[in-house]
Ligand binder design. Structure first.
Ligand code: GDP
Length: 473
């Protein structure tokens, strides 16, 4: 990793790697040069002997974890010897019973005997620092753990298998070749001829730029597919917002999370419609703020709408459109919106038609505003809503089409940086600037792509990325 200073401690770390809840089995993971010797002090075989030091790598031993005379638990211990382990260090995994007290007792014992508690993500960080995986793969590990839908799972699996890395590596190799060629030609003009080189370089950089651009283009869809669609339900009191939310959440009552940075004045419901995940800003479910427009005010609604990817605007179609509706329509105009004409079961009283809505939205950015007639009372319209969402966000194709999707903002930003550098190379070519100028920007692109792989980044960024990991990983 040229030019990058990395600090690396190789003490022996331990952590509970499985969930902190009562379960059949729990795993305490230990990694580092003293993994075997520390674990040996607390392990007794079925013959009550300390035999871990003779533990064959890649085998499992049955025995007991003991604190002096006292048996803490019956365990299975596996040993993976450096460098053939997750971290490339000696790794011991203690399979104990999964209760929190049992696992904590074993963990505390290991800490007493000289292990240090691992930081979040430190096992994977060691795998990265020891050179077993690059940064995209380390990030994929975190994404696999936190994947909330099939797309997120499949795309992080692809990333862990190196699909993104190999693409980035091949781009870097091409750039490096050209950088080396220019340098050689400038150093040794007798043997390397730069005549006609700018055209040749242009023919190489152009397709690379396109390749990077097509990766960047997948990012918005990739993010939506992976993280879900931030959705806000708006509408006047009694339009049917709560009923819509209940219809969406159905039996699968959603996970409720506080949105960071707010008090409990806004909560988020996660709704799964097949492979589509909606994060619905639930204003309807909060008693005091039942009506987003009336009670928490247009400003608050505005900020929620600004953050949203999608607005579901629900109207009671048995009432005429009034000034309050017009205010809401103004807020919706610049956003992807789906209009739900609710209470369609009251067919004798319908006062709002599709034409009326289209007229009010005529100057909005929603070219093909989807309008769906619904009856939350009868449960009609939800599958049409799902189709409309899929059409709006995925061109109706819920099955992902691309081989690689960029789902990580860090990757997207660095691809943009590489793209801009390549554009500067082309700019220098078109202005007939000297070859030195090409080298500067080729280097810029090379480094930005290297940062994606983690080859050009410093300690602080490494810390930041791994701190987002969970314990024991
Ligand atoms: P909110 O104030 O916008 O959250 O509206 P609610 O979901 O609480 O619904 C207001 C009232 O309208 C309730 O009495 C619902 O039962 C009723 N309602 C909701 N959707 C429909 C519908 O599609 N048809 C009919 N007839 N009534 C509905």
């Amino acid at each position: 990793m040229p030019g990058v200073l990395r600090t690396f401690s190789n003490d022996t770390i331990c952590a509970i790697a499985t969930a902190m809840s009562d379960a059949g089995i729990g795993i305490i993971r230990v990694s580092g040069p003293q993994a075997l010797s520390i674990c040996d002090t607390v392990y007794l075989s079925s013959k009550k002997e300390h035999t871990l030091l003779s533990h064959e790598p890649n085998t499992i031993k049955f025995g007991y974890i003991c604190d002096g005379e006292e048996i803490i638990d019956e365990v299975m211990i596996s040993f993976m010897k450096a460098p053939h382990s997750y971290t490339m260090e000696d790794v011991i995994e203690i399979n104990s019973h999964g209760g929190m007290l049992v696992m904590n007792s074993i963990l505390n014992l290991l800490l007493d005997k000289g292990c240090r508690l691992a930081e979040p993500g430190e096992f994977t960080k060691r795998a990265f620092l020891n050179g077993r995986i690059d940064l995209t793969k380390a990030e994929a590990v975190m994404d696999i753990i936190s994947a909330q839908n099939n797309f997120a799972f499949e795309s992080s699996k692809g990333q862990l298998q190196g699909k993104l890395s190999s693409k980035i590596r091949s781009l870097r190799e091409k750039i490096l070749y050209e950088m080396a060629f220019i340098e050689s030609a400038l150093d040794d003009p007798e043997n390397y001829d730069l005549t006609g080189y700018p055209e040749k370089l242009k023919a190489i950089v152009d397709p690379m730029k396109k390749e990077i651009a097509s990766l960047i283009e997948t990012a918005d869809e990739g993010k939506i597919r992976k993280d879900g669609i931030k959705t806000v339900i708006v509408g006047k009191p009694n339009a049917g917002k709560s009923s819509l939310l209940n219809a969406l959440t159905g039996d699968e009552r959603a996970i409720v999370t506080d949105i960071a940075g707010t008090t409990r004045d806004v909560i988020e419901e996660t709704v799964r419609l097949g492979d589509i995940v909606l994060h619905v800003i639930d204003t309807a479910g909060i008693r005091d703020t039942e009506d987003i427009i009336e009670k928490i005010g247009v400003d608050k609604a505005k900020s929620k709408i600004e953050e949203a990817d999608l607005i579901l605007y629900i109207l009671d179609s048995t009432n005429e459109i009034d000034s309050e509706d017009k205010d809401i329509i103004e807020l919706c105009k610049s956003k992807k919106t789906i209009v739900l004409l609710n209470k369609n079961d009251l067919s004798d009283n319908i006062k709002i038609t599709e034409d009326i809505i289209r007229m009010h939205f005529s100057d909005s950015s929603n070219d093909h505003l989807p309008i769906i007639r619904t009856s939350m009372l009868k449960g009609n319209g939800i599958s049409e809503l799902k189709d409309a969402i899929s059409e709006l966000f995925f061109n109706g194709d819920i099955v992902p089409k691309q081989e690689i999707y960029i789902t990580n903002v860090r990757h997207k930003d660095l691809l943009n940086k590489a793209f801009n550098s390549l554009e500067l190379v082309l700019d220098s070519i078109s202005k007939n600037l000297s070859e030195d100028f090409y080298t500067v920007d080729l280097t810029g692109a090379y480094e930005a792509l290297g940062e994606i792989l983690g080859e050009e980044i410093g300690d602080d960024l490494v810390e930041e990325i791994f701190s987002k990991f969970c314990m024991g990983k």
